[in-house]
Design a protein around this ligand. Structure first.
Ligand code: ARG
Length: 602
Protein backbone atom coordinates (compact mmCIF):
# COMPACT_ATOMS: atom_id res chain seq x y z
CA UNK A 1 0.00 0.00 0.00
CA UNK A 2 1.23 3.50 -0.81
CA UNK A 3 2.86 5.31 2.09
CA UNK A 4 3.93 8.89 1.36
CA UNK A 5 6.98 8.51 3.59
CA UNK A 6 8.59 5.79 1.52
CA UNK A 7 9.57 7.74 -1.62
CA UNK A 8 11.01 10.45 0.62
CA UNK A 9 13.18 8.00 2.50
CA UNK A 10 14.68 7.09 -0.86
CA UNK A 11 15.20 10.73 -1.77
CA UNK A 12 16.79 11.59 1.56
CA UNK A 13 19.11 8.59 1.40
CA UNK A 14 20.29 9.49 -2.09
CA UNK A 15 20.83 13.12 -1.07
CA UNK A 16 22.92 12.06 1.94
CA UNK A 17 24.84 9.60 -0.25
CA UNK A 18 25.57 12.37 -2.73
CA UNK A 19 26.98 14.51 0.07
CA UNK A 20 29.14 11.60 1.20
CA UNK A 21 30.31 11.14 -2.34
CA UNK A 22 31.13 14.84 -2.78
CA UNK A 23 33.24 14.69 0.37
CA UNK A 24 35.00 11.54 -0.82
CA UNK A 25 33.80 9.56 2.20
CA UNK A 26 33.16 5.84 1.89
CA UNK A 27 29.77 4.78 3.11
CA UNK A 28 26.19 4.30 2.00
CA UNK A 29 22.91 5.05 3.74
CA UNK A 30 20.11 2.70 2.67
CA UNK A 31 16.54 4.04 2.45
CA UNK A 32 15.54 1.60 5.22
CA UNK A 33 18.00 3.23 7.57
CA UNK A 34 16.42 6.64 7.15
CA UNK A 35 14.26 7.60 10.11
CA UNK A 36 11.08 9.52 9.29
CA UNK A 37 9.00 11.19 11.99
CA UNK A 38 5.84 13.19 12.27
CA UNK A 39 6.83 16.79 13.04
CA UNK A 40 5.41 18.02 16.35
CA UNK A 41 3.29 20.66 14.69
CA UNK A 42 1.74 20.83 11.24
CA UNK A 43 3.36 24.15 10.28
CA UNK A 44 6.71 22.41 10.29
CA UNK A 45 5.64 20.11 7.49
CA UNK A 46 4.42 16.57 6.94
CA UNK A 47 7.57 14.54 7.46
CA UNK A 48 10.54 15.31 9.67
CA UNK A 49 13.94 13.69 9.11
CA UNK A 50 16.32 13.89 12.08
CA UNK A 51 19.92 14.22 10.89
CA UNK A 52 21.75 13.10 14.05
CA UNK A 53 22.51 9.62 12.75
CA UNK A 54 24.69 10.91 9.89
CA UNK A 55 26.84 13.30 11.92
CA UNK A 56 29.58 10.84 12.72
CA UNK A 57 29.94 9.55 9.19
CA UNK A 58 29.95 13.04 7.65
CA UNK A 59 31.95 14.63 10.46
CA UNK A 60 29.58 17.59 10.51
CA UNK A 61 26.92 18.91 12.84
CA UNK A 62 23.30 17.83 12.23
CA UNK A 63 22.08 21.40 11.41
CA UNK A 64 24.71 21.73 8.71
CA UNK A 65 23.80 18.33 7.27
CA UNK A 66 20.13 19.30 7.27
CA UNK A 67 21.06 22.44 5.31
CA UNK A 68 23.11 20.53 2.76
CA UNK A 69 20.50 17.83 2.32
CA UNK A 70 17.82 20.46 1.80
CA UNK A 71 19.84 22.00 -1.02
CA UNK A 72 20.28 18.66 -2.76
CA UNK A 73 16.60 17.85 -2.43
CA UNK A 74 15.48 21.25 -3.67
CA UNK A 75 17.05 20.39 -7.02
CA UNK A 76 15.27 17.05 -7.23
CA UNK A 77 11.95 18.72 -6.46
CA UNK A 78 12.42 21.19 -9.27
CA UNK A 79 13.24 18.37 -11.67
CA UNK A 80 10.16 16.42 -10.59
CA UNK A 81 7.94 19.49 -10.93
CA UNK A 82 6.19 18.60 -7.69
CA UNK A 83 4.88 21.20 -5.28
CA UNK A 84 6.69 19.72 -2.28
CA UNK A 85 8.86 21.98 -0.11
CA UNK A 86 11.90 21.12 1.96
CA UNK A 87 13.30 23.16 4.77
CA UNK A 88 16.15 22.72 7.24
CA UNK A 89 15.08 23.52 10.76
CA UNK A 90 17.89 23.00 13.25
CA UNK A 91 18.93 19.37 13.15
CA UNK A 92 15.81 18.42 11.19
CA UNK A 93 15.00 18.35 7.55
CA UNK A 94 11.28 18.97 7.18
CA UNK A 95 9.25 18.15 4.10
CA UNK A 96 5.89 19.66 3.22
CA UNK A 97 4.16 17.59 0.62
CA UNK A 98 2.21 18.53 -2.44
CA UNK A 99 -1.26 17.84 -1.09
CA UNK A 100 -3.07 17.52 -4.40
CA UNK A 101 -0.54 15.05 -5.71
CA UNK A 102 -0.51 12.97 -2.54
CA UNK A 103 -4.30 12.93 -2.28
CA UNK A 104 -4.43 11.32 -5.71
CA UNK A 105 -1.75 8.77 -4.89
CA UNK A 106 -3.32 7.75 -1.57
CA UNK A 107 -6.90 7.56 -2.79
CA UNK A 108 -6.25 5.68 -6.04
CA UNK A 109 -5.28 2.44 -4.36
CA UNK A 110 -6.67 -0.51 -2.53
CA UNK A 111 -6.05 -0.25 1.19
CA UNK A 112 -4.49 -3.43 2.43
CA UNK A 113 -1.66 -4.75 4.55
CA UNK A 114 1.65 -5.67 2.99
CA UNK A 115 2.18 -9.40 2.71
CA UNK A 116 5.31 -9.41 4.84
CA UNK A 117 4.54 -12.90 6.18
CA UNK A 118 3.82 -14.64 2.89
CA UNK A 119 4.94 -18.27 2.96
CA UNK A 120 5.05 -18.46 6.78
CA UNK A 121 3.06 -21.13 8.58
CA UNK A 122 1.96 -19.88 11.96
CA UNK A 123 -0.08 -21.86 14.45
CA UNK A 124 -1.97 -19.91 17.08
CA UNK A 125 -3.32 -21.60 20.18
CA UNK A 126 -5.88 -19.74 22.20
CA UNK A 127 -8.87 -20.00 24.52
CA UNK A 128 -7.95 -23.51 25.73
CA UNK A 129 -10.64 -24.01 28.35
CA UNK A 130 -11.10 -26.68 31.00
CA UNK A 131 -14.32 -28.64 30.76
CA UNK A 132 -15.48 -28.14 34.33
CA UNK A 133 -16.80 -24.58 33.98
CA UNK A 134 -18.18 -22.20 31.37
CA UNK A 135 -15.96 -19.56 29.76
CA UNK A 136 -15.41 -16.47 31.91
CA UNK A 137 -14.26 -12.89 31.41
CA UNK A 138 -10.58 -13.91 31.26
CA UNK A 139 -11.38 -16.23 28.35
CA UNK A 140 -13.06 -13.36 26.52
CA UNK A 141 -9.79 -11.43 26.56
CA UNK A 142 -7.87 -14.53 25.52
CA UNK A 143 -10.35 -15.37 22.74
CA UNK A 144 -10.39 -11.95 21.14
CA UNK A 145 -6.63 -11.62 21.43
CA UNK A 146 -6.05 -15.00 19.79
CA UNK A 147 -8.65 -14.47 17.08
CA UNK A 148 -7.47 -10.95 16.34
CA UNK A 149 -3.76 -11.82 16.23
CA UNK A 150 -4.62 -14.68 13.86
CA UNK A 151 -6.56 -12.38 11.55
CA UNK A 152 -3.78 -9.78 11.59
CA UNK A 153 -1.14 -12.38 10.73
CA UNK A 154 -3.24 -13.71 7.88
CA UNK A 155 -3.84 -10.20 6.57
CA UNK A 156 -0.04 -9.95 6.34
CA UNK A 157 0.04 -13.07 4.19
CA UNK A 158 0.80 -15.80 6.74
CA UNK A 159 -0.83 -19.19 6.51
CA UNK A 160 -2.48 -19.31 9.93
CA UNK A 161 -3.93 -22.31 11.72
CA UNK A 162 -6.03 -21.60 14.81
CA UNK A 163 -6.04 -24.34 17.41
CA UNK A 164 -7.43 -24.89 20.87
CA UNK A 165 -6.48 -27.41 23.53
CA UNK A 166 -9.40 -28.63 25.56
CA UNK A 167 -8.17 -29.69 28.98
CA UNK A 168 -10.78 -32.36 29.38
CA UNK A 169 -9.22 -34.65 31.96
CA UNK A 170 -7.77 -34.37 35.42
CA UNK A 171 -8.89 -33.83 38.95
CA UNK A 172 -10.96 -30.71 38.30
CA UNK A 173 -13.12 -32.57 35.80
CA UNK A 174 -13.62 -35.40 38.27
CA UNK A 175 -14.94 -32.92 40.80
CA UNK A 176 -17.93 -31.87 38.75
CA UNK A 177 -18.45 -35.48 37.69
CA UNK A 178 -18.55 -36.59 41.30
CA UNK A 179 -21.06 -33.96 42.37
CA UNK A 180 -23.31 -34.84 39.46
CA UNK A 181 -22.99 -38.58 40.09
CA UNK A 182 -23.99 -38.08 43.71
CA UNK A 183 -26.80 -35.55 43.35
CA UNK A 184 -27.67 -35.32 39.67
CA UNK A 185 -30.62 -37.70 39.73
CA UNK A 186 -30.52 -38.00 35.97
CA UNK A 187 -31.13 -34.29 35.39
CA UNK A 188 -29.86 -32.87 32.10
CA UNK A 189 -29.32 -29.36 30.70
CA UNK A 190 -32.44 -29.95 28.59
CA UNK A 191 -34.58 -31.08 31.52
CA UNK A 192 -33.47 -28.04 33.53
CA UNK A 193 -33.49 -25.56 30.65
CA UNK A 194 -29.94 -24.45 31.44
CA UNK A 195 -27.12 -23.78 28.94
CA UNK A 196 -25.13 -26.99 28.95
CA UNK A 197 -21.72 -25.65 29.99
CA UNK A 198 -23.28 -23.74 32.84
CA UNK A 199 -25.08 -26.92 33.90
CA UNK A 200 -21.67 -28.62 34.26
CA UNK A 201 -20.20 -25.59 36.01
CA UNK A 202 -23.01 -25.65 38.55
CA UNK A 203 -21.95 -29.14 39.63
CA UNK A 204 -18.40 -27.93 40.04
CA UNK A 205 -19.67 -25.16 42.28
CA UNK A 206 -21.70 -27.73 44.19
CA UNK A 207 -18.58 -29.84 44.73
CA UNK A 208 -16.55 -26.85 45.93
CA UNK A 209 -19.26 -25.90 48.40
CA UNK A 210 -19.48 -29.38 49.89
CA UNK A 211 -15.72 -29.79 50.02
CA UNK A 212 -15.43 -26.51 51.86
CA UNK A 213 -17.95 -27.70 54.45
CA UNK A 214 -15.92 -30.87 55.00
CA UNK A 215 -12.67 -28.96 55.29
CA UNK A 216 -14.19 -26.47 57.73
CA UNK A 217 -15.42 -29.35 59.84
CA UNK A 218 -11.95 -30.96 59.93
CA UNK A 219 -10.26 -27.70 60.75
CA UNK A 220 -12.69 -27.21 63.64
CA UNK A 221 -11.65 -30.61 64.98
CA UNK A 222 -8.03 -29.47 65.04
CA UNK A 223 -6.61 -30.63 61.68
CA UNK A 224 -4.50 -28.05 59.88
CA UNK A 225 -5.85 -26.56 56.67
CA UNK A 226 -3.53 -28.26 54.14
CA UNK A 227 -4.03 -31.67 55.67
CA UNK A 228 -7.76 -31.11 55.88
CA UNK A 229 -7.87 -30.50 52.17
CA UNK A 230 -6.18 -33.78 51.30
CA UNK A 231 -7.98 -35.76 53.98
CA UNK A 232 -11.49 -34.59 53.18
CA UNK A 233 -13.51 -37.63 52.08
CA UNK A 234 -14.79 -35.82 48.96
CA UNK A 235 -11.25 -35.07 47.82
CA UNK A 236 -10.33 -38.71 48.23
CA UNK A 237 -13.38 -39.72 46.23
CA UNK A 238 -12.45 -37.34 43.43
CA UNK A 239 -8.96 -38.81 43.30
CA UNK A 240 -10.40 -42.29 43.22
CA UNK A 241 -12.55 -41.23 40.29
CA UNK A 242 -9.46 -39.95 38.46
CA UNK A 243 -7.71 -43.30 38.92
CA UNK A 244 -10.80 -45.09 37.62
CA UNK A 245 -10.82 -42.76 34.65
CA UNK A 246 -7.16 -43.43 33.86
CA UNK A 247 -7.87 -47.16 34.18
CA UNK A 248 -10.61 -46.84 31.59
CA UNK A 249 -13.51 -47.81 33.83
CA UNK A 250 -16.61 -48.06 31.63
CA UNK A 251 -19.12 -46.22 33.77
CA UNK A 252 -16.67 -43.44 34.60
CA UNK A 253 -15.78 -42.93 30.97
CA UNK A 254 -19.42 -42.78 30.00
CA UNK A 255 -20.20 -40.11 32.58
CA UNK A 256 -17.10 -38.20 31.54
CA UNK A 257 -18.09 -38.26 27.89
CA UNK A 258 -21.57 -37.05 28.66
CA UNK A 259 -20.49 -34.17 30.86
CA UNK A 260 -17.66 -33.14 28.57
CA UNK A 261 -19.89 -32.91 25.56
CA UNK A 262 -22.26 -30.72 27.55
CA UNK A 263 -19.38 -28.46 28.51
CA UNK A 264 -17.91 -28.29 25.02
CA UNK A 265 -21.23 -27.82 23.20
CA UNK A 266 -22.01 -24.90 25.47
CA UNK A 267 -18.63 -23.28 24.91
CA UNK A 268 -18.99 -23.62 21.16
CA UNK A 269 -22.21 -21.60 21.36
CA UNK A 270 -20.28 -18.83 23.09
CA UNK A 271 -17.51 -18.97 20.47
CA UNK A 272 -20.10 -18.64 17.76
CA UNK A 273 -21.62 -15.67 19.50
CA UNK A 274 -18.31 -13.83 19.70
CA UNK A 275 -17.14 -14.77 16.21
CA UNK A 276 -14.29 -16.99 17.38
CA UNK A 277 -13.46 -20.20 15.55
CA UNK A 278 -10.79 -22.89 15.37
CA UNK A 279 -9.34 -24.98 12.59
CA UNK A 280 -8.71 -27.83 14.96
CA UNK A 281 -9.41 -28.80 18.54
CA UNK A 282 -6.88 -30.87 20.45
CA UNK A 283 -7.96 -32.80 23.53
CA UNK A 284 -5.75 -33.42 26.51
CA UNK A 285 -7.34 -36.85 26.90
CA UNK A 286 -5.88 -37.78 23.50
CA UNK A 287 -2.40 -36.31 23.96
CA UNK A 288 -1.47 -36.94 27.59
CA UNK A 289 -0.35 -40.55 26.98
CA UNK A 290 2.09 -39.39 24.32
CA UNK A 291 3.24 -36.77 26.83
CA UNK A 292 3.86 -39.48 29.41
CA UNK A 293 5.88 -41.49 26.88
CA UNK A 294 8.05 -38.48 26.17
CA UNK A 295 8.68 -37.91 29.86
CA UNK A 296 9.70 -41.55 30.24
CA UNK A 297 11.99 -41.29 27.22
CA UNK A 298 13.62 -38.27 28.80
CA UNK A 299 14.06 -40.31 31.97
CA UNK A 300 15.84 -43.05 30.02
CA UNK A 301 18.08 -40.51 28.32
CA UNK A 302 19.01 -39.12 31.70
CA UNK A 303 17.54 -35.68 31.02
CA UNK A 304 15.04 -36.24 33.85
CA UNK A 305 15.42 -38.19 37.09
CA UNK A 306 13.23 -40.28 39.36
CA UNK A 307 12.77 -39.00 42.89
CA UNK A 308 12.71 -41.22 45.96
CA UNK A 309 8.93 -41.06 46.07
CA UNK A 310 8.75 -42.33 42.48
CA UNK A 311 7.81 -39.03 40.81
CA UNK A 312 9.70 -38.02 37.67
CA UNK A 313 11.29 -34.57 37.86
CA UNK A 314 13.81 -32.32 36.19
CA UNK A 315 16.42 -30.10 37.75
CA UNK A 316 16.52 -26.73 36.02
CA UNK A 317 18.83 -24.94 38.40
CA UNK A 318 21.31 -24.65 35.50
CA UNK A 319 18.69 -22.53 33.71
CA UNK A 320 18.05 -20.49 36.85
CA UNK A 321 14.71 -22.22 37.30
CA UNK A 322 13.56 -24.65 40.00
CA UNK A 323 13.06 -28.33 40.13
CA UNK A 324 9.89 -29.32 38.33
CA UNK A 325 7.75 -32.46 38.69
CA UNK A 326 6.70 -33.99 35.34
CA UNK A 327 4.87 -37.13 36.44
CA UNK A 328 3.32 -37.80 39.86
CA UNK A 329 4.58 -40.57 42.12
CA UNK A 330 1.45 -42.63 41.38
CA UNK A 331 2.26 -42.34 37.66
CA UNK A 332 -0.66 -40.01 36.85
CA UNK A 333 0.15 -37.11 34.62
CA UNK A 334 -0.02 -33.47 35.57
CA UNK A 335 -0.76 -30.30 33.67
CA UNK A 336 2.58 -30.03 31.89
CA UNK A 337 2.73 -33.72 30.89
CA UNK A 338 0.11 -33.38 28.17
CA UNK A 339 1.74 -30.27 26.75
CA UNK A 340 4.67 -32.35 25.46
CA UNK A 341 2.30 -34.65 23.60
CA UNK A 342 0.12 -31.82 22.33
CA UNK A 343 3.04 -29.85 20.89
CA UNK A 344 4.53 -32.93 19.22
CA UNK A 345 1.21 -33.90 17.65
CA UNK A 346 0.67 -30.39 16.36
CA UNK A 347 4.04 -30.21 14.70
CA UNK A 348 3.43 -33.61 13.12
CA UNK A 349 -0.03 -32.54 11.88
CA UNK A 350 1.15 -29.26 10.45
CA UNK A 351 4.85 -28.44 10.51
CA UNK A 352 4.71 -24.82 11.55
CA UNK A 353 7.38 -22.13 11.32
CA UNK A 354 6.10 -20.68 14.56
CA UNK A 355 3.57 -21.57 17.22
CA UNK A 356 2.09 -18.91 19.46
CA UNK A 357 0.42 -19.86 22.75
CA UNK A 358 -2.02 -17.20 23.91
CA UNK A 359 -2.15 -17.90 27.64
CA UNK A 360 -2.38 -15.75 30.78
CA UNK A 361 0.72 -14.27 32.37
CA UNK A 362 0.37 -16.51 35.44
CA UNK A 363 1.63 -19.36 33.25
CA UNK A 364 4.90 -17.72 32.19
CA UNK A 365 6.92 -20.16 34.26
CA UNK A 366 5.05 -23.13 32.81
CA UNK A 367 5.87 -22.16 29.23
CA UNK A 368 9.48 -21.29 29.99
CA UNK A 369 9.94 -24.79 31.37
CA UNK A 370 7.99 -26.43 28.56
CA UNK A 371 10.02 -24.78 25.81
CA UNK A 372 13.36 -25.57 27.46
CA UNK A 373 12.40 -29.20 28.00
CA UNK A 374 11.15 -29.75 24.46
CA UNK A 375 14.48 -28.45 23.25
CA UNK A 376 16.35 -30.72 25.64
CA UNK A 377 14.29 -33.63 24.34
CA UNK A 378 15.70 -32.89 20.91
CA UNK A 379 12.84 -31.14 19.13
CA UNK A 380 14.47 -28.62 16.83
CA UNK A 381 11.28 -26.68 16.34
CA UNK A 382 10.97 -25.92 20.05
CA UNK A 383 12.89 -22.70 19.47
CA UNK A 384 9.97 -21.48 17.38
CA UNK A 385 7.47 -21.64 20.23
CA UNK A 386 6.31 -18.39 21.73
CA UNK A 387 4.14 -17.57 24.74
CA UNK A 388 1.97 -14.53 24.06
CA UNK A 389 1.22 -13.68 27.64
CA UNK A 390 -1.61 -11.38 28.65
CA UNK A 391 -2.68 -9.76 31.89
CA UNK A 392 -5.69 -10.20 34.14
CA UNK A 393 -9.07 -8.61 33.52
CA UNK A 394 -11.01 -7.38 36.51
CA UNK A 395 -14.40 -5.79 36.92
CA UNK A 396 -14.98 -2.64 38.92
CA UNK A 397 -15.92 -3.46 42.49
CA UNK A 398 -19.49 -4.53 42.98
CA UNK A 399 -20.26 -5.09 39.32
CA UNK A 400 -21.63 -8.32 37.92
CA UNK A 401 -20.05 -10.73 40.32
CA UNK A 402 -20.69 -14.32 39.38
CA UNK A 403 -22.38 -16.94 41.48
CA UNK A 404 -19.08 -17.93 43.00
CA UNK A 405 -18.37 -14.31 43.74
CA UNK A 406 -15.08 -14.18 41.87
CA UNK A 407 -15.30 -14.43 38.12
CA UNK A 408 -18.12 -13.53 35.81
CA UNK A 409 -19.38 -15.91 33.14
CA UNK A 410 -18.77 -14.80 29.56
CA UNK A 411 -22.42 -15.31 28.59
CA UNK A 412 -23.74 -13.28 31.51
CA UNK A 413 -21.43 -10.43 30.73
CA UNK A 414 -22.38 -10.30 27.05
CA UNK A 415 -26.07 -10.57 27.98
CA UNK A 416 -25.86 -7.56 30.22
CA UNK A 417 -23.91 -5.53 27.68
CA UNK A 418 -26.55 -6.39 25.11
CA UNK A 419 -29.36 -5.36 27.44
CA UNK A 420 -27.64 -2.09 28.17
CA UNK A 421 -27.21 -1.41 24.44
CA UNK A 422 -30.85 -2.27 23.84
CA UNK A 423 -31.95 0.13 26.55
CA UNK A 424 -29.91 2.84 24.85
CA UNK A 425 -31.51 2.13 21.46
CA UNK A 426 -34.94 2.40 23.07
CA UNK A 427 -34.07 5.56 24.89
CA UNK A 428 -32.94 7.18 21.67
CA UNK A 429 -36.15 5.94 20.01
CA UNK A 430 -34.16 4.22 17.29
CA UNK A 431 -36.07 0.93 17.44
CA UNK A 432 -37.99 1.68 14.25
CA UNK A 433 -34.84 2.59 12.36
CA UNK A 434 -32.35 -0.11 13.15
CA UNK A 435 -34.14 -3.17 11.80
CA UNK A 436 -33.89 -5.88 14.43
CA UNK A 437 -33.02 -4.07 17.68
CA UNK A 438 -31.99 -7.28 19.47
CA UNK A 439 -29.52 -8.20 16.77
CA UNK A 440 -28.10 -4.71 16.56
CA UNK A 441 -27.77 -4.53 20.35
CA UNK A 442 -25.87 -7.81 20.33
CA UNK A 443 -23.44 -6.46 17.72
CA UNK A 444 -22.92 -3.30 19.69
CA UNK A 445 -22.23 -5.40 22.78
CA UNK A 446 -19.59 -7.45 20.94
CA UNK A 447 -17.95 -4.31 19.58
CA UNK A 448 -17.90 -2.69 23.03
CA UNK A 449 -16.39 -5.77 24.60
CA UNK A 450 -13.78 -6.56 21.98
CA UNK A 451 -12.56 -3.03 21.46
CA UNK A 452 -12.21 -2.45 25.17
CA UNK A 453 -10.36 -5.72 25.72
CA UNK A 454 -7.92 -5.12 22.88
CA UNK A 455 -7.16 -1.52 23.68
CA UNK A 456 -4.48 -1.96 26.34
CA UNK A 457 -1.38 -3.79 25.22
CA UNK A 458 -1.71 -7.52 26.03
CA UNK A 459 0.80 -7.64 28.89
CA UNK A 460 -1.13 -5.12 30.98
CA UNK A 461 -3.66 -6.07 33.62
CA UNK A 462 -6.90 -4.23 33.03
CA UNK A 463 -10.25 -3.24 34.42
CA UNK A 464 -13.25 -3.91 32.22
CA UNK A 465 -15.75 -1.12 32.70
CA UNK A 466 -19.07 -2.09 31.03
CA UNK A 467 -20.52 1.44 31.02
CA UNK A 468 -17.42 3.02 29.60
CA UNK A 469 -17.06 0.32 26.93
CA UNK A 470 -20.55 1.10 25.64
CA UNK A 471 -20.22 4.85 25.52
CA UNK A 472 -21.17 6.28 22.14
CA UNK A 473 -18.70 9.09 22.33
CA UNK A 474 -15.17 8.37 23.23
CA UNK A 475 -12.57 5.83 22.37
CA UNK A 476 -14.92 2.86 22.12
CA UNK A 477 -16.14 0.16 19.76
CA UNK A 478 -19.68 1.56 19.51
CA UNK A 479 -18.31 5.00 18.65
CA UNK A 480 -16.38 3.53 15.73
CA UNK A 481 -19.41 1.54 14.64
CA UNK A 482 -21.39 4.74 14.71
CA UNK A 483 -18.88 6.42 12.43
CA UNK A 484 -19.18 3.54 9.96
CA UNK A 485 -22.96 3.73 10.06
CA UNK A 486 -22.85 7.46 9.46
CA UNK A 487 -20.79 7.02 6.30
CA UNK A 488 -23.04 4.18 5.14
CA UNK A 489 -26.06 6.38 5.53
CA UNK A 490 -24.39 9.21 3.66
CA UNK A 491 -23.60 6.93 0.73
CA UNK A 492 -27.20 5.75 0.70
CA UNK A 493 -28.47 9.30 0.74
CA UNK A 494 -26.21 10.15 -2.19
CA UNK A 495 -27.90 7.32 -4.08
CA UNK A 496 -24.59 5.51 -4.28
CA UNK A 497 -24.77 1.80 -4.58
CA UNK A 498 -22.21 -0.06 -2.58
CA UNK A 499 -23.05 1.45 0.78
CA UNK A 500 -23.04 -2.14 2.01
CA UNK A 501 -20.07 -3.39 0.07
CA UNK A 502 -16.34 -3.00 0.42
CA UNK A 503 -15.63 -0.77 -2.52
CA UNK A 504 -12.37 1.10 -2.84
CA UNK A 505 -12.80 4.80 -3.66
CA UNK A 506 -14.05 5.42 -7.17
CA UNK A 507 -12.62 7.86 -9.65
CA UNK A 508 -12.90 11.51 -8.54
CA UNK A 509 -10.84 14.67 -8.68
CA UNK A 510 -8.90 14.11 -5.49
CA UNK A 511 -6.64 17.07 -6.15
CA UNK A 512 -9.50 19.19 -4.76
CA UNK A 513 -8.93 17.78 -1.27
CA UNK A 514 -6.29 20.17 0.01
CA UNK A 515 -7.75 21.78 3.13
CA UNK A 516 -6.11 20.98 6.48
CA UNK A 517 -8.73 18.56 7.73
CA UNK A 518 -8.96 16.75 4.38
CA UNK A 519 -5.22 16.46 4.27
CA UNK A 520 -4.99 15.11 7.84
CA UNK A 521 -7.58 12.49 7.05
CA UNK A 522 -5.73 11.44 3.90
CA UNK A 523 -2.47 11.11 5.83
CA UNK A 524 -4.24 9.03 8.43
CA UNK A 525 -5.58 6.68 5.73
CA UNK A 526 -2.10 6.33 4.29
CA UNK A 527 -0.83 5.08 7.65
CA UNK A 528 -3.16 2.05 7.69
CA UNK A 529 -0.80 -0.57 6.35
CA UNK A 530 2.00 0.40 8.71
CA UNK A 531 -0.41 0.11 11.64
CA UNK A 532 -1.28 -3.44 10.57
CA UNK A 533 2.37 -4.30 10.04
CA UNK A 534 3.28 -3.08 13.51
CA UNK A 535 0.40 -5.00 15.04
CA UNK A 536 1.66 -8.16 13.30
CA UNK A 537 5.29 -7.60 14.24
CA UNK A 538 4.44 -7.02 17.89
CA UNK A 539 1.50 -9.45 18.07
CA UNK A 540 -0.42 -6.51 19.46
CA UNK A 541 -3.90 -5.58 18.21
CA UNK A 542 -3.84 -2.42 20.33
CA UNK A 543 -1.82 -0.84 17.53
CA UNK A 544 -4.93 -1.14 15.40
CA UNK A 545 -7.34 0.17 18.02
CA UNK A 546 -5.02 3.15 18.50
CA UNK A 547 -4.88 3.67 14.75
CA UNK A 548 -8.67 3.55 14.49
CA UNK A 549 -9.04 6.14 17.17
CA UNK A 550 -6.73 8.53 15.32
CA UNK A 551 -8.60 7.86 12.08
CA UNK A 552 -11.92 8.51 13.77
CA UNK A 553 -10.75 11.81 15.18
CA UNK A 554 -9.46 12.88 11.76
CA UNK A 555 -12.76 11.88 10.18
CA UNK A 556 -14.80 13.78 12.76
CA UNK A 557 -12.82 16.93 12.10
CA UNK A 558 -13.26 16.52 8.36
CA UNK A 559 -16.98 15.84 8.76
CA UNK A 560 -17.34 18.93 10.90
CA UNK A 561 -15.29 21.23 8.65
CA UNK A 562 -16.24 20.04 5.18
CA UNK A 563 -19.81 19.81 3.91
CA UNK A 564 -20.01 16.69 1.78
CA UNK A 565 -23.32 16.26 -0.02
CA UNK A 566 -23.88 20.01 -0.21
CA UNK A 567 -20.38 21.21 -0.84
CA UNK A 568 -21.71 23.51 -3.56
CA UNK A 569 -19.45 22.10 -6.26
CA UNK A 570 -20.48 18.64 -7.54
CA UNK A 571 -16.86 17.65 -8.23
CA UNK A 572 -15.87 18.56 -4.67
CA UNK A 573 -18.90 16.70 -3.27
CA UNK A 574 -17.91 13.66 -5.23
CA UNK A 575 -14.28 13.79 -4.11
CA UNK A 576 -15.33 14.17 -0.46
CA UNK A 577 -17.82 11.36 -0.77
CA UNK A 578 -15.13 9.08 -2.15
CA UNK A 579 -12.77 10.12 0.62
CA UNK A 580 -15.49 9.06 3.07
CA UNK A 581 -15.86 5.78 1.22
CA UNK A 582 -12.14 5.16 1.65
CA UNK A 583 -12.57 5.69 5.39
CA UNK A 584 -15.43 3.20 5.42
CA UNK A 585 -13.34 0.70 3.50
CA UNK A 586 -10.50 0.94 6.00
CA UNK A 587 -12.93 0.78 8.92
CA UNK A 588 -14.47 -2.43 7.63
CA UNK A 589 -11.10 -3.96 6.98
CA UNK A 590 -9.76 -3.00 10.40
CA UNK A 591 -12.99 -3.99 12.20
CA UNK A 592 -12.54 -7.48 10.85
CA UNK A 593 -9.00 -7.56 12.24
CA UNK A 594 -10.15 -6.68 15.74
CA UNK A 595 -13.37 -8.72 15.67
CA UNK A 596 -15.85 -5.85 15.62
CA UNK A 597 -19.05 -6.19 13.59
CA UNK A 598 -19.76 -3.45 11.07
CA UNK A 599 -23.23 -1.89 11.25
CA UNK A 600 -24.88 -0.16 8.32
CA UNK A 601 -27.52 1.38 10.53
CA UNK A 602 -27.31 2.16 14.17
N1 ARG B 1 -6.69 -24.94 30.19
C1 ARG B 1 -5.60 -24.22 30.75
C2 ARG B 1 -6.12 -23.31 31.84
O1 ARG B 1 -7.28 -22.98 31.86
C3 ARG B 1 -4.85 -23.40 29.75
C4 ARG B 1 -4.17 -24.16 28.67
C5 ARG B 1 -3.10 -23.38 28.00
N2 ARG B 1 -2.48 -24.08 26.92
C6 ARG B 1 -1.55 -25.03 27.04
N3 ARG B 1 -1.09 -25.57 25.95
N4 ARG B 1 -1.11 -25.43 28.21
O2 ARG B 1 -5.34 -22.86 32.67
Amino acid sequence: MYDYREPWKIKVSSAVNAILNDAGIDGVIEPDQVIAENPPNPEMGDIGFPMFAYAKLLRKGPPQIAQMTAEKLAKIIVEEKSGAKVQAQGPYLNVSLDRALEAKAVLSQKFSAEKILAGKKIMVEFSSPNTNKPLHLGHLRNDVLGESVSRILSACGADVRKVCIINDRGIHICKSMLAYAEHGQGKTPQSEGVKSDRFVGDWYVCFSRELKAEVDELVKSGVNKDDAETQAPLMKKAQELLRKWEAGDGETIELWKKMNSWAIDGMKETYKRTGVSFDKYYFESETYMLGKDEVLKGLEKGIFFRQEDGAVAVDLSGEKLDKKILLRSDGTSIYITQDFGTAINRHKDWPFDKMIYVVGSEQQYHFKVLFILLEKLGFEWAKNLYHLSYGMVNLPEGKMKSREGTVVDADDLIDSLRDMALAEIREKEREGEVGDPQKVAEKIAIAALHYFLLQPSPVKDMLFDPNESLSFNGNTGPYLQYMGARISSMLRKAGEEGAEKDIAPKEADFSLLVSDSEWDLIKSLAAYSSAVREAAENLDPSQITAYLYELSKAFSRFYHDCPILNAGDPALSKARLELSRAVMFVLKDAFHLICIPFLEVM
